[in-house]
Ligand binder design. Structure first.
Ligand code: ATP
Ligand code: MG
Length: 137
């Protein structure tokens, strides 16, 4: 059993596809152990994406992540980290496999609908960033 952090990004929330995306998780064996809609502050987004702080796209990424509310969730299941990444599809939606969340709901590499933790180590850090132990069940 594994846990991973998912974020439904502002573009997908604005499109009204929160339910459709959460259904992809539940229909593919991932349980929603915690979930919350929230508005990230600039400080939240900068801290969350700190690994990318030196990249050219960091400023645009932070601006985008605070452009509207997001939905943060803890997904739980067997191989949850890899399974979520598989359901999400490639970072650039133009390269995402048909039937993936990004192929179906994302516009471009900046507004790409979802985030998912990329390793067990990052999943633990990212889950703790958003949720206390008693919020996860
Ligand atoms: P995420 O971390 O959001 O789940 P990812 O793990 O697929 O996406 P990362 O390499 O971690 O991709 O990049 C984080 C985010 O930064 C991407 O989701 C994307 O929005 C943005 N990004 C990544 N690479 C580029 C790029 N070359 N140009 C513009 N934006 C980019
Ligand atoms: Mg990433």
């Amino acid at each position: 059993m594994e846990r991973t952090l998912s974020i439904i990004k502002p573009d997908a929330v604005a499109k009204g596809v929160i339910g459709k995306i959460l259904d992809r998780f539940e229909s593919n064996g991932l349980k929603i152990a915690a979930t919350r809609k929230m508005q990230l502050s600039r400080a939240d987004a900068e801290a969350f994406y700190a690994v990318h702080s030196e990249r050219s796209f960091f400023g645009d990424l932070v601006d985008f992540m605070i452009s509207g509310p997001v939905v943060v969730s803890v997904l739980e299941g067997e191989n949850a980290i890899a399974k979520n990444r598989q359901l999400m599809g490639a970072t650039n939606p133009k390269e995402a496999e048909a039937g993936t969340i990004r192929a179906d709901f994302a516009e471009n590499i900046d507004a790409n609908a979802v985030h998912g933790s990329d390793s067990a180590e990052n999943a633990a850090v990212e889950i703790a960033f958003f949720f206390s132990g008693r919020e996860i069940a």
